[in-house]
Design a protein around this ligand. Structure first.
Ligand SMILES: Cc1cc2nc3c(=O)[nH]c(=O)nc-3n(C[C@H](O)[C@H](O)[C@H](O)COP(=O)(O)OP(=O)(O)OC[C@H]3O[C@@H](n4cnc5c(N)ncnc54)[C@H](O)[C@@H]3O)c2cc1C
Length: 422
């Protein structure tokens, strides 16, 4: 499985901000070696838990190109003006200093499963006993006619952390009075099912204040979406007449864009737009494909321990995994990481392994203090991560309850980033 390094880097650069030479690794002599690829919700959590709980008995290396991880979660709140970009950035120093994790800022560009090594863009080759992949998502080439990564500055996706969200926010702020914001929403399955619709809410929140005659069009290939009743109720209440959602039944899936002309064509009708947020169909981060653990767009896993169905020494977490009934969320990736950490530590050190249990909640903000949520618990079956039971906010809830739900989401954010980085 040899990867063309130049090709890999040209596509991988869509998401990350920095690329550095690999640090020199001093692998712990005689200790079992775990390599984690990707320092996001799944990867940072699993590295931290294995290192913390094994108390130095396992040598953990975390490979992540960016020196700071900017969370996608809460990036819509940044676009809506509720958070600053600095609030979303987190660094890896504590993982290295407190838990002894070897943090290597580089791209993993190849996995040799026979030799059990990972190659880095900087040229190093690192051996592993267990390899954990949590590389997040990449976009399916050609998913939206007229859009490619080369168009991402004119028509941002803002679906990976960092500068893309800044770009999209700046474009919304610069819209002419009464201008048009368009979104091309992705098909299932994709990262953060309520994410596009929370984003519409946050863009509407911003426009209502600065540009109240502006319009928002959403072209959606799906007939329905996560928390649809709650979002549509909120759009009618807070942003009446501003949001035009065009679902599958009305040709929302028959869409093309032209980033030179700044137009979107939905079911044959072409409209000039001022901002076009294209969120293409997604697939597992490319390194999962290069490691040969994907089937189709995602990586099948054994739910009991998150090990790959293709290789018992490789584990896949978070968005890249075929997650069964779980949505692709940071909460889910963090939950899966703890199951995986427990299993990997057990396999390498003989420590006790507990049965897999998973939880998820996805909060969304519709307007100031109007928070809603959906969530569930899950168990591991032979086939998949299977839903046990769930809950969802109800339409027409009191303002106090909606505010409490928003406050709860802030507590969750503080908790998960502490669980990843502190
Ligand atoms: C707008 C938006 C809003 C969201 N809101 C929420 C929310 O409210 N709640 C929630 O739970 N989730 C939310 N999410 C989803 C959440 O961000 C993802 O589901 C979560 O980050 C997935 O974790 P992960 O570990 O799979 O991937 P990521 O967190 O994306 O981490 C992947 C990491 O891998 C690195 N990487 C990739 N390839 C390589 C390589 N070859 N070598 C080395 N490193 C590599 C990347 O640089 C990245 O840092 C939201 C997402 C978006 C886009």
């Amino acid at each position: 499985m040899t990867l063309n390094r130049r090709l890999f880097l040209s596509t991988a650069a869509a998401g990350a901000a920095t690329l550095t030479a690999p640090a020199l690794l001093a692998a712990g002599a005689g200790k079992p070696r775990v390599i984690v690829i990707g320092g996001g919700a799944g990867g940072a959590t699993v590295a931290r838990y294995i290192a913390k709980d094994s108390k130095g008995a396992v040598d953990v290396t975390l490979i992540e190109p960016s020196r700071a991880y900017y969370t996608c979660f809460f990036s819509n709140l940044y676009i809506g003006g509720f958070k600053e970009m600095d609030d979303l950035g987190h660094t890896y120093g504590t993982l290295a200093a407190k838990y002894g994790i070897n943090v290597v800022h580089d791209w993993a560009v190849d996995v040799d499963r026979d030799a059990r090594t990972v190659s880095l863009a900087g040229g190093a080759s690192l051996p592993y006993d267990k390899l954990i992949l949590s590389p997040g998502i990449d976009f399916v080439d050609g998913a939206v006619e007229g859009w490619s990564l080369a168009s991402q500055n004119a028509m941002p996706h803002a679906y990976k952390g960092g500068t893309q969200a800044e770009l999209l926010k700046a474009q919304v702020a610069a819209m002419p009075e009464g201008g048009t914001f368009a979104m091309v929403a992705p098909p299932n399955p994709f990262r953060c099912p309520p994410g596009p619709y929370e984003r519409i809410s946050m863009v509407a929140h911003m426009l209502k204040k600065t540009n109240p005659t502006a319009k928002i069009i959403v072209a959606d290939p799906k007939p329905k979406f996560s928390k649809m009743t709650l979002f549509q109720e909120g759009w009618l209440t807070h942003y009446p007449g501003m949001v035009d959602w065009i679902g599958e039944d009305f040709g929302g899936g028959n869409v093309s864009v032209n980033s030179d002309a700044m137009t979107i064509t939905i079911d044959g009708e072409t409209t000039s737009v001022d901002v076009c947020n294209v969120i293409p169909a997604m697939k597992a981060g490319r390194i999962a494909e290069m490691a040969g653990v994907t089937t189709g767009d995602w990586a099948p896993i054994n739910a009991a321990d998150m090990s790959s169905k293709a290789d018992p020494d490789i584990y896949v977490l978070g968005d890249a995994a075929d997650q069964g009934d779980m949505p692709k969320s940071a909460f889910a990736a963090n939950s899966q990481a703890k199951v995986c950490a427990n299993a990997v530590r057990g396999a390498l050190t003989g420590s006790r392994v507990f049965p897999a249990k998973f939880t998820n909640t996805c909060w969304s903000l519709i307007d100031t203090n109007d928070g809603v949520k959906v969530g569930a618990t899950y168990e591991a079956t032979e086939d998949k991560i299977a839903k046990v039971d769930g809950f969802i906010s109800a339409p027409g809830e009191s303002a106090d309850l909606r505010k409490a739900t928003y406050v709860e989401s802030e507590g969750w954010y503080a908790g998960i980033v502490a669980d990843m980085f502190s």
